[in-house]
Design a protein around this ligand. Structure first.
Ligand code: 5GP
Ligand code: MN
Length: 346
């Protein structure tokens, strides 16, 4: 299998951009997940070790469960010091956009990101990359941006720059974006990469425990409540869970607590699509997951102003939680009918 992820000319340009930069800002998407954090922290380690001034800047904070990773302590949260962060973006001569395909995904940061004069490069695995970067390395067939970054570094001849801390970050991104290698994970390159990363001395069992087994008791109770009291199942194989602000507050919700909840109904035989709707202060966050050929990114983009991958997508709904649930129930019945007929509504 070829490990080539860039044309020779693109690789040359990227190498020049990374080698020539003096101050690089690494940016990832709002609501950063393991892949966003893993890939950006890994690149930060690489650039810092090369003696570059660099920082990771995210639109909002990372889940506490991911902060065990070395390098997360330097992450700047855009909204925590807007003026200073805008100044940094304007001072950067390189901005690396990781794990997102559209500047909209940087939410509060979008305007400042687009206005910054730096050269911009995107390294990402979402479909339909938008042309806001001068160099776009986009591979939707690769299961995580972290794995793509690994392949990029290998192709640049920079494998030797990946030491334990960067390797751990890359592994975390690969693990979280595949549900601990339970979906999108049949590519042998994943396991060759893991085997190679292990030679740097990473502790994959520790990373799993830290990322997946350090939640609060309240979080477990919230998920239990959501599944026991709030899960609706629909004929044809769909599930819906919704949680209001009030319900979240009852269980002292903190960011990251509902991560993974949307996957739970997929454990039921015959359920092929699952939705989780969470009431935020200004909108309803929509998370969609599916098994097999049922594509949820189409539903996210056509009905919830979002997007994503075939089996994991999301978007937003502006209205009440009840209206969002109603919309999902209506929409999903059309897709399930079409799916049953083998039709094109997916
Ligand atoms: P999650 O359900 O974990 O928030 O998101 C799963 C995937 O759906 C993300 O990796 C991302 O690809 C996509 N996604 C989630 N929310 C949005 C959104 O608001 N807009 C877009 N374009 N994609 C989203
Ligand atoms: Mn990703």
């Amino acid at each position: 299998m070829s490990g080539i992820v860039m044309a020779a000319e693109e690789a040359k340009r990227l190498k020049e951009m990374l080698t020539d930069c003096r101050f690089a800002v690494i940016v990832a998407h709002v609501g950063p997940d393991g892949d966003a954090v893993g890939s950006s922290v890994a690149l930060w380690h690489i650039l810092s070790d090369m003696g570059k001034e660099a920082c990771v800047m995210l639109p909002d904070s990372i889940p506490a469960t991911l902060s065990f990773l070395e390098g997360t302590e330097q992450i700047r949260v855009f909204t925590e010091n807007r003026e200073a962060n805008i100044a940094l973006l304007n001072r950067a001569d390189l901005i690396v956009c990781l794990d997102f395909n559209d500047s909209k995904r940087t939410d509060y940061m979008q305007e400042a990101l687009l206005a910054a004069p730096a050269r911009k490069v995107m390294i990402d695995h979402h479909l339909y990359p938008q042309p806001f970067c001068e160099l776009i390395i986009s591979h939707p067939e690769i299961s995580s941006t972290s794995l793509l970054l690994y392949k990029v570094l290998v192709q640049l001849g920079w494998r030797d720059k990946i030491e334990k801390r960067a390797a751990s970050a890359i592994y975390m991104g690969m693990m979280t974006d595949t549900g601990n290698f339970s979906y999108n994970s049949n590519d042998p390159a994943i396991y060759t990469a893991i085997s190679d990363l292990l030679t740097e001395g990473i502790d994959k069992d520790y990373i799993y425990t830290k990322a997946c087994n350090t939640f609060s008791a309240d979080r477990l109770r919230l998920c239990a409540y959501a599944i026991y009291e709030k899960m609706e199942l629909f004929p044809g194989g769909a599930a819906l869970i919704s949680l209001s602000r009030k319900e979240l507050n009852t269980y002292h919700y903190v960011k990251g607590d509902t991560e993974g909840l949307v996957n739970e109904p997929l454990a039921i035989d015959g359920i092929k699509v699952s939705a989780f709707l969470r009431e935020e202060t200004d909108m309803i966050k929509v998370s969609l997951r599916s098994k097999g050929d049922f594509a949820v990114n189409v539903i996210a983009s056509e009905h919830f102003g979002g997007g994503g991958h075939k089996n994991a997508a999301g978007g937003e709904f502006f209205g009440t939680l009840e209206e969002a649930c109603k919309k999902f129930r209506e929409v999903i019945s059309l897709y399930l009918d079409a799916d049953k007929r083998g039709g094109d509504k997916r």
